[in-house]
Design a protein around this ligand. Structure first.
Ligand code: HEM
Length: 510
């Protein structure tokens, strides 16, 4: 089963493990002593199917619950057998293994995922996806690397992100006006669906250079309605095809055809927005130059790169940022003393309630960043990821050959006392340098907290998402006290962790 093992890699791995707290990471040096792959515990197929049926322990439980259960039942490592065209997958729940995988992923980390999306892109829309650039989220290898290199140059530099503080500030204020008008100033509330509009409006402004006017019925762009419907359907159907047993690889069902149509509509809507921007760019004279945003920068390189990035951002950036935003609002509403501490930081920098937010001033706000980070720990939008490992590795004492798909689930670390003391409490201070100095046990190791992933395949939108959440918080907290009066928030763990149920934040005007 195991092909020839690559010793060089393993020695490199040992060299890399210089993490703050001393740890033993030399299992890889003893490859010959590692147990063979076939001895890894394997989930029984029939038992798994029964557990997924009504009455079974995984029925409607979501992915996080599934992995928590499996880790309790089998320990750090278990094999999910091949099923319905999906390969055999190793589930790994050890922090040590996670570190080994990430440190050995090389320049082309290969994520096994989104097969149906890849099918649509390669088979039905080669006009966009068939060239030298693959997609960012669903492609691997050199074609991924090529587009990802461009995306990094455009999306990651802080100055390119800061450029969007002003439009996002404007959108936040429109959002607040929308909430106020709806409730006639008596009972201001933010609902879960409002946050979805906020993230879509913000994302369109960043990656499509387009205001959809979702908070203004009169001026709403008609294509926006199509976009909202498609994004929602796309998400629900992707979850269905990716996570649930499906026969699409063998037979194209009605649902499969509908999914292809939704993808097509989504792509065509993105294309129409982008073509409009290209037209505007042609008409922009030198004296009338707009500030060049992310979309314009990408368009100058290649229109297909711009289209691919905009579609991938709709796919990867909306539900994640929405879920992160709801998570941080919830944590602050449930912890009024932390909310007040954050308000004091905000008012120190922006004492005037209506003062426009200045990107430079935002740099001096360590507590807001800690509040967001700590909320992402308790309510991470993304729980885990997968890699088809490029090199033979040893995980949890077993030999794992190159080419094996391994799913890791870092969310399982986030509420463990040994990694995060008082792990169920919301303590933003654990991320502040000065608190850690006085209280070293609060120090967090790098591989125990990866809300945006790690390394070259980590999230290219992380700075944008953080900036969006910061701008919204600054605007909300200097105007309102945020309260939560419902039962504890629940989260549905599908491709992204989605808060659900009665999401309702009460706003009390200050
Ligand atoms: C709070 C919000 C967000 C969270 C928690 C988040 C988290 C993540 C994570 C964990 C990954 C996978 C990393 C891996 O496999 O190792 C990822 C990938 C990705 N994210 Fe985000 N993300 C967020 C917002 C965004 C935004 C706003 C955008 C777009 C503007 C975006 C675009 C992407 C893309 C394109 C990928 C695929 C990258 C690749 O495979 O090279 N994300 N994100």
């Amino acid at each position: 089963m195991l092909r020839k093992l690559n010793f060089k890699v393993l020695i490199n791995n040992a060299k890399f493990s210089t993490i703050a707290v001393p740890r033993v990471n030399d299992q890889n040096l003893d490859l010959k002593a590692a147990k063979p792959f076939h001895e890894i515990p394997k989930i029984n197929r029939l038992k798994l199917i029964i557990n997924y049926l009504p009455g079974g322990k995984y029925y409607k439980k979501g992915l996080n619950e599934l992995h928590r259960s499996l880790s309790k039942e089998y320990g750090n490592i278990v094999i999910m057998p091949a099923m319905l065209g999906k390969p055999e997958i190793v589930f790994s729940y050890s922090d040590h293994d996670n570190e080994t995988i990430l440190l050995n992923e090389g320049n082309f980390p290969n994520r096994y995922s989104f097969e149906i999306l890849k099918y649509f892109r390669e088979t039905l829309r080669p006009d966009v996806y068939g060239g030298e650039y693959g997609s960012v989220a669903s492609e691997n290898g050199e074609r991924w690397y090529k587009i990802r290199t461009i995306i990094n140059q455009v999306m990651l530099p802080p100055k390119n992100v800061q450029q969007f503080v002003q439009p996002i500030d404007e959108i936040s204020n429109e959002f607040i006006d929308f909430i106020r008008k709806r409730s006639n100033d008596t009972n201001d509330e933010i609902l879960g669906k409002d946050i979805n509009l906020w993230t879509l409006e913000s994302m369109a402004s960043v990656t499509l250079n387009k205001r959809l006017n979702l908070f203004n019925e009169k001026f709403i762009d008609p294509r926006a309605r199509e976009l909202i419907q498609c994004v929602r359907k796309f998400f629900i159907m992707t979850v269905d095809f990716e996570l649930n047993p499906s026969i699409w690889k063998f037979y194209h069902t009605k649902a499969f055809k509908e999914y292809m149509e939704v993808n097509d509509k989504l792509l065509n809507t993105v294309l129409s927005f982008i073509e409009e921007t290209m037209e505007n760019m042609k008409n922009t004279t030198d004296n009338n130059q707009e500030v060049e945003g992310i979309l314009q920068k990408l368009l100058k390189i290649d229109k297909r790169v711009a289209v691919i990035m905009a579609s991938d951002s709709l796919f990867a950036g909306i539900d994640t940022t929405g879920s992160g935003t709801i998570g941080v609002l919830y944590c602050l509403a449930k912890n009024p003393e932390k909310q007040e501490k954050l308000r004091q930081e905000i008012l120190k920098i922006f004492p005037n309630k209506d003062e426009p937010i200045d990107a430079r001033k935002m740099a001096n706000m360590p507590y807001i960043r800690s509040c967001i980070k700590e909320a992402l720990r308790l309510f991470p939008p993304v729980s885990g990821t997968s890699r088809t490992i490029a090199k033979d590795l040893v995980l949890s004492g077993y030999q794992i050959p190159a080419g094996t798909v391994v799913v890791t689930w870092p969310q399982l670390f986030y509420r463990q006392e040994k990694f995060f003391p008082k792990s169920n409490e919301y303590i933003p201070e654990r991320w502040l340098k000065e608190s850690v100095k006085d209280c070293p046990h609060l120090q967090v190791e790098k591989f125990h907290f990866l809300p945006f992933g790690h390394g070259v395949r980590s999230c290219p939108g992380k700075r944008i998402a953080n900036m969006e959440m910061e701008v919204l918080l600054i605007n909300l907290l200097r105007k309102f006290k945020i309260e939560w009066h419902q039962d504890d928030m629940k989260v549905n763990s599908v491709l992204v962790n989605i808060p659900y149920g009665d999401i309702r934040f009460k706003l009390v005007e200050l």
